[in-house]
Design a protein around this ligand. Structure first.
Ligand SMILES: [Zn+2]
Ligand SMILES: [Zn+2]
Length: 383
């Protein structure tokens, strides 16, 4: 008899944050991602209770494997808690994800929770050392099913996971981007595997009018350099996520042809040094760590943490840009794979109730036969 495949979001369904998905392949119990979310300053977590009160499991101790797609806190922030609940589960992620995760603790979300950063980082490092590191394009054969890992673009270390179970193929995308970024080559579109079902993190699945400005980061960098070079004013660049900070620095270094000094706060410097150790070159001659005094010469200061010193010395720029695919990228991705089913999770709210979703856009497309499901949290779906 054919064994069934079930899917149930425990968080990160039709909202962004606390991504955590239960996938049952026959007798194997898997969890995809373990994130936290923040809404109006309040942290929310995946609902694992809904899983142990479901017909699938009696205890989290029955979870076999946990996969983490990438190192953003909405995908990894709950991992250590989950590891304490799912004591028997082995955990898989890329080496770069493990290294970046250690530094997620410095992200604003965590800093708000107060103090003791170094202690937390060391505790995180200890946990992450125990995790199995996987490589792109490699397959693990667990006997009952196979898992293969593919580059997802988005941020360094991000992976998609392709599961093979009784001749069925299921792809979990995690967050992904088709375009190359300063630090990644963009995702692989796995259109040669005959994938039946795609579980997709579709941030912009309800935003037909959202078009990613591929040159958004470049324009910000140009604006910052022009300000320092022409006005001779120092600029403080606030980055929202450390991974974006690294991406930004890489692009800034590329265009900073006059070698204007670029100072980095400790969290940015630490993560960049880790990347360097992994042969991802970011630093150049203009980069240096910030000291206790503000340098007098016109310079650029990149910070991910709390304000350095609010004394009006700096011209402040908020650096933000998208590392996600937009609506048309999602459509292209689905059309190229042409699966029977797409299960959408990690979807942000529609901007307007009159906007089409990716479901309507695909329906209007004559040669697309894909069924679209917007999966709700705590509801189980048969795949
Ligand atoms: Zn992400
Ligand atoms: Zn995400």
């Amino acid at each position: 008899m054919e064994q069934k495949i079930y899917f149930m979001p425990l968080g990160g369904g039709q909202r962004v944050g606390a991504s955590c998905y239960y996938l049952r392949l026959g007798e194997s119990n898997l969890i995809l991602d373990a994130g936290i979310g923040i809404e109006n300053g309040v942290i929310f977590e995946p609902d694992t209770y809904s899983l142990i009160t479901s017909p699938f499991l009696q205890s989290m101790g029955q979870i076999d494997h946990i996969y983490i797609s990438h190192a953003h806190s909405d995908h990894i922030g709950y991992l250590f808690r989950l590891m304490k609940e799912a004591t028997r589960a082995s955990v898989y992620m890329t080496e770069i994800t493990a290294i970046l995760s250690e530094y997620q603790l410095y992200d604003k979300n965590y800093l708000k929770r107060g103090g003791k950063d170094e202690e937390k980082r060391l505790a995180a490092q200890y946990m992450l050392d125990k995790i199995a590191k996987v490589s792109y394009m490699k397959t693990i054969d667990f006997g009952k099913y196979k898992a293969m890992f593919l580059p997802a673009g988005h941020i360094p270390g991000a992976m998609m996971i392709l599961f093979e179970f009784e001749k069925r193929k299921i792809l979990y995308t995690g967050d992904f981007s088709l375009d190359r970024t300063a630090l990644t080559g963009g995702c692989i579109v796995p259109d040669q595997f005959g994938i039946d079902t795609v579980i997709m993190c579709g941030l912009h699945a309800k935003h037909p009018s959202y078009i990613k400005r591929a040159d958004g980061l470049f324009k910000t960098v140009k604006y910052i350099l022009k300000t320092v070079w022409q006005k001779r004013i120092s600029v403080k660049c606030h980055v929202q996520q450390l991974s974006k900070g690294v991406e930004f620095l890489k692009t800034l270094n590329e265009y900073n042809t006059r070698n204007t000094p670029v100072y980095l706060d400790k969290s940015v410097m630490d993560i960049v040094e880790k990347m360097e150790q992994l042969s991802i070159p970011v630093l150049n001659v203009s980069n240096r760590p910030i000291g206790s005094d503000i340098p007098m010469e016109p310079h650029i200061y990149v910070t991910a943490g709390s304000p350095y010193r609010a004394n009006g010395f700096y011209y402040d720029v908020n650096v933000d840009f998208s590392l996600h695919g937009d609506f048309s990228d999602m459509k292209e991705f689905i059309k190229r794979i042409n699966p029977e089913k797409v299960i959408l999770v990690h979807c942000a709210k529609e901007y307007s109730p009159f906007d089409d979703t990716i479901e309507q856009a695909l329906m209007l497309d004559g040669d697309c036969r894909t069924q679209v499901i917007f999966a709700e949290e705590k509801e189980a779906y048969v795949i």
